[in-house]
Design a protein. Structure first.
Length: 513
């Protein structure tokens, strides 16, 4: 039976979350084990000039605060063996000095720990060690302190060099080694969401999500509907604590902050490391940015190792967010990797996602990374409220004119000869990436000309404006979606909606007095 994970760490309102990650971020110790079980011979081919090398590929460790290493080898003369650990930065710590004269016992089964009271190879000249580990049979202090690695970034390739001081005398084999790294990590500080046109909140507290449903759509203020589409190549699970049949709206996560409210919980069982539950969020318009928290990005050794990858889209092009880590996870690019435990009343598993660029879609893929077992255990995350930067756009207004009859001077410049008929055009052009609404334009007709009654026309461009607009401000024609009127010597034009990349034009005519 698979282990049933306790879902963890829902944050409250994003403001509260950012405050919690503010000037005094939390810090925790995280211990991670990296193993190498590739067996290798220790004989005439492994003198100390050309030792047997075993490596550990380390990620997500950050600043090292403590290092231990366990080594298991079979050998008929333990005192011949010498071990050296090398960090990714090249720092070398020789763990044994070899004691071929005094230590003749078989095998080597030792956990090296600076905190141990007894030094390695002082446990008796002829004492034999066991041939199975872990756990390691003996815990000894190395000849040189492992604290030489403290303060280094632990990510990268660590090397264990194993050699035989008398390679032609006695043989053996390397069986395994386990590198135990303890690191310090602070919860990151999420960037401020910069909204040029204020923000709007999608709040799960106001949403009715049917448990188990995977396709839903909800109003986002007056901007239109926000759509959710969830897929999963594993199995959605049913857990009453977390809203019932997943996906479900639930409030079991607190994130260490009171009044966390509801979020969209996803509890899944993935059949392998490549399994993914994907949430696609379609926005009603191009938003100028977004920010939200994902809860419970963590791990449990031998059970699951959360991986969350987040991308945005803008007209099909990929937009990368900024991800901010919690204590129980680390971030590389647009991916967050769980590598520590977090309880459901802690913020340790929180990840904050920030888009400071325009987007029209958000895609969240959730599964496991390489630290998970081949068949991971059950796991879950929750997506909390989303703050969006409201759409903004740029609308430019231009006025042009052309002479319809009468005389013109050189370069077609009108000299305002009485009786000349002139057509003016007011054109609004949306050059941004979001729709604009309630466009208003006006132009005063000077006393030197007379407005031609019934001459107002509307359309997309000055040359194609052909829809007749009457001179009054009444009737359905005022919002279909264009409207215009002539009142008290002023042309007043309006456009209900102007989509990105579109224009609206109004023409009218005057006669020079």
């Amino acid at each position: 039976m698979k282990w049933r994970k306790t879902l963890v760490s829902k944050a409250a309102a994003l403001f509260g979350l950012c405050a919690a990650l503010g000037a005094h971020p939390a810090m925790a110790q995280t211990s991670t084990t990296f193993s190498n079980t590739t067996v290798g011979n220790l004989n005439a081919t492994t003198p100390c000039a050309t030792p047997l090398v075993r490596t550990f590929s380390v990620s997500g460790v950050n600043t090292v605060s403590d290092v231990n290493i366990g080594v298991l080898a079979t050998h008929s003369w333990r005192g011949d063996l010498q071990f050296t650990l090398v960090s990714p930065l090249g720092t070398r710590v020789q763990l044994t000095i070899g004691d071929a004269t005094n230590i003749s016992g078989d095998n080597f089964n030792v956990l090296f720990d600076d905190a141990a009271t007894q030094v390695v190879n002082t446990d008796g000249a002829t004492r034999n060690h066991a041939t199975t580990a872990p756990p390691y049979q003996n815990t000894y202090r190395p000849r040189n302190a492992l604290s030489a690695f403290n303060g280094q970034n632990g990510n990268g390739t660590w090397r264990l060099e194993v050699c035989d001081l008398f390679p032609t005398e006695d043989d053996g084999s390397f069986r395994r080694a386990d590198l135990y790294l303890t690191s310090s990590r602070s919860a990151g500080i999420a960037p401020m969401l910069q909204c040029p046109n204020q923000s709007i909140l999608f709040d799960w507290d106001a949403i009715a999500w049917t448990s188990g449903s995977t396709v839903n759509s909800y109003p986002l203020g007056s901007l239109g509907n926000i759509g959710f589409n969830l897929t999963n190549n594993g199995a959605w699970l049913n857990n009453a604590t977390f809203g019932g049949q997943s996906p479900a709206r639930q409030n079991s996560f607190t994130g260490g902050i009171p009044n966390a409210g509801f979020s969209l919980g996803q509890v899944a069982d993935q059949p392998n490391q490549s399994g993914r539950a994907t949430t696609t969020i379609s926005l009603p318009q191009i938003m100028r940015g977004a920010q939200f928290a994902i809860f419970d990005v963590d791990s449990n050794p031998g059970q699951f190792a959360d991986l969350v990858v987040v991308e945005g889209r803008l007209r099909g092009a990929v937009v990368q967010p900024v991800l901010t880590n919690g204590i129980s996870n680390y971030v590389i690019g647009n991916a967050a990797y769980g590598d520590g435990a977090s309880d459901n009343d802690q913020a340790n598993g929180n990840v904050v996602v920030t888009f400071n660029q325009p987007i029209d879609t958000i895609v969240i893929a959730y599964g496991n990374h390489s630290a998970a077992p081949v068949d991971p255990g059950q796991q879950g995350i929750a997506i909390h409220d989303i703050t969006f930067c409201r759409p903004t756009t740029t609308v430019t207004i231009a006025k042009t004119s052309r002479l319809l009859n009468g005389q013109a001077g050189s370069f077609n410049v009108d000299f305002h000869i009485p009786g000349s008929r002139i057509e003016y055009c007011l054109r609004a052009n949306n050059t941004g990436d979001s729709s604009a609404s309630q466009i208003r334009m006006s132009d005063f007709v000077p006393s030197t000309v007379s407005y031609v009654p019934g001459s107002i026309r509307s359309g997309q461009t000055c040359t194609t404006a052909a829809t007749v607009e009457d001179d009054n401000g009444d009737g359905a024609d005022e919002t279909d979606p264009a409207g215009a009127q002539f009142l008290n010597g002023e042309i007043r034009a309006s456009q209900t909606t102007l989509n990105a990349g579109q224009s609206a034009a109004f023409t009218f005519q005057v006669i020079v007095k």
